[in-house]
Design a protein around this ligand. Structure first.
Ligand SMILES: *Cc1c(COP(=O)(O)O)cnc(C)c1O
Length: 433
């Protein structure tokens, strides 16, 4: 039922009252932590220790069997802080609830989660199939780093149809070398900054048609932009949901962390890799994330409501060419169909295309007074940046053009401020253009 593993924590935490199933928003306040084990402390202490004492030598042996993977399923008890710790285990127990995943793992950053995941599943000769574009560092890791180990990739555009996904899988099967396999299907939805949604159901159906049983590659999906409130891709057939917890989950722009949620057997393999290379989240950051998760639903709901209001204001403004926001998909379009099947909200991160070019975009950014000029997203404060000049500066010109990363594009992540104040700020900045 869960990955509760520590002998120091409750074995059967309450997740329902009678037949009434408790929601994640409620469970974030106490799930996975027993005050009686920590001097009655209402909140979990931060466990700053590098190692844990065994009661008996036999316990040490048993715990190590779990840690080293000799016995599947992870550790039964705490051993050493590169492997696990109370704060990280409580965090993982709570994180998995949001997507009803079987298990979760925490990491020192979104990228260390992604790198550990990829290292777990690929071997020389293997092929990764992925949607595009991906977060830039993920693309770099696959194309520039894994290629040094004989791993290649096949990509398809994020909005691809079932037929295009089938074609990519067929191509990938033909591209394996030296007994390699199609090792992993890796998705990111919505893509940044195109906002194109991936049809996860179509990817899962395509995999089922292309592979029989044991050789089917896992499907992992970067759910940082919409998860866990507005998208739950495990319900559409993904095996692992990937998070930069730095963004909405952390939510206060004051920490860097990553997470994986999903299939326990797959995550046990990733856990063994994490134990080896030490990419786990530290106890202090895990504790901060526990605090963040208590307000996750409040923060994301408010940010989402704010984004609806701000985008409604921006879309008809005379200085605005277009607003790329998931709430404005053309009814009847393929993207709108995916949205209705996969998403429960349009998020709070979107693309604003101003009339003009870099000059206009910079004038707008420089005139903002509430929104901060910074990259990243998902924090309590509104952020704005110019991808062409900042996050995507080194992307070649033709690829920029193909992805719609033009000089007049401003990326905005709406926070939890008062919506009317934000609209006043954007109105004022547009006047300055
Ligand atoms: C930020 C981000 C990452 C990387 O996460 P870090 O916590 O910065 O390592 C990965 N994917 C997406 C979609 C992101 O926005």
């Amino acid at each position: 039922m869960s990955n509760e593993t520590s002998s120091r924590r409750p074995k059967a935490p309450r997740t329902s009252i009678g037949n009434h199933q408790l929601s994640p928003a409620t469970l974030m306040m106490g799930h996975g932590f027993d005050p009686a084990l920590s001097e009655g402390s209402l909140k979990p202490p931060i466990f700053l220790t590098s190692t844990f004492v065994f009661e008996k030598a036999a316990d040490g042996k048993k715990f190590f069997e779990g840690i080293t993977g000799r016995r599947p399923g992870g550790g039964d008890g705490l051993v050493y802080s590169r492997f696990n710790g109370p704060n990280q285990e409580i965090l993982e127990d709570r994180l998995r609830l949001w997507e009803d995943g079987e298990a979760a793992l925490s990491f020192s950053s979104g990228m260390s989660a992604i790198a550990t995941l990829l290292f777990t599943f690929v071997r020389p000769g293997d092929v990764i199939v992925h949607s595009g574009p991906l977060y830039a560092a993920t693309e770099t890791f696959i194309a520039k780093i894994l290629s040094q180990f004989g791993v290649t990739y096949v990509d398809f555009p994020a909005g691809a149809t079932r037929e295009e996904i089938d074609t990519a899988l067929t191509k990938a099967k033909g591209q394996t070398t030296n007994g390699g396999r199609v090792a992993l299907i890796y998705l990111e939805s919505p893509a940044n900054p195109t906002n194109a949604l991936v049809d996860v159901e179509a990817v899962a159906a395509s995999r089922a048609a292309a592979f029989s049983g044991g050789d089917a590659p896992p499907i992992a999906i970067d759910n940082t932009f919409l998860g866990p409130l507005w998208a739950r891709p495990i319900e559409q057939g993904a095996d692992i949901s990937v998070y930069s917890l730095t963004k909405y989950a952390g939510g206060h722009s004051d920490l860097v962390a990553g997470g994986l949620v999903g299939d326990k057997a797959l995550l046990d393999r990733v856990r063994t890799m994490r134990n080896t290379i030490g990419t786990i989240c530290d106890p202090n950051t895990a504790w901060m994330l526990l605090r963040s998760l208590e307000t996750l639903e409040l923060r994301m709901s408010r940010a989402g409501e704010n984004a609806v209001k701000v985008c409604d204001f921006l879309k008809d403004h005379p200085k605005v060419e277009k607003v790329g926001y998931l709430g404005f998909l053309d009814p009847g379009s393929r993207q709108a169909d995916i949205f209705s099947r996969h998403c429960s909200g349009a998020g709070s991160t979107f693309s604003l295309y101003l009339k003009g070019g870099e000059k206009e975009a910079f004038a707008f950014l420089d005139a903002l007074q509430i929104a901060h000029l910074a990259v990243s997203l998902g924090g309590t404060e509104t952020l704005a940046s110019a991808p062409a000049a900042m996050t995507h500066l080194s992307v070649p010109d033709e690829r920029k053009a193909a992805l719609g990363i033009s000089d007049n594009l401003v990326r905005i992540s709406i926070g939890v401020e008062d919506a009317d104040d934000l609209i006043a700020d954007f109105a004022n900045a547009l006047n300055a253009v």
